[in-house]
Design a protein. Sequence first.
Length: 158
Amino acid sequence: MSLTQPIASDHQLARLLQIGIVLEEVIEARAAKHAAAATDDETIRDLLDDASAESADHRGRLEALVDELDADTVPFEEIQTLVEAQYEADEDFDGVLYDQLCNEETAYKLYDDLIASIEASDTAFGIDRARLLEVLRTIREEEADGVEDVTELMEARE
């Protein structure tokens, strides 16, 4: 499965949307873990709390799309447990912000590539293409806003 080629089936689309769901689950868990460690800096804690909530919202929107394609998703609790077992929140705030920036950029790139692949596809999906693209474009824009927010905070701290 590649995002460099048009998406050819509902199954392929569902798997790619599930990648987005897992990515959002990881981002949500990591941001929440970092926010808990950021007890001394309210600005960073607020940014991370917002990022965690946004990722949960994105995950919900993606899960709704996958539900229309009649595919299963990975429960958030399983991903959160794996992330917590494998990842310790860095208490260095610059590291936390850099990690969040990487997360936001990775998500933006995934959605940008997914949108391009859907637009290049002639496949008739089992989901309304216009609504699918609208949801993904909205999420992509919110990820772009997140990149800007983290970048501005990093620059303000220099």
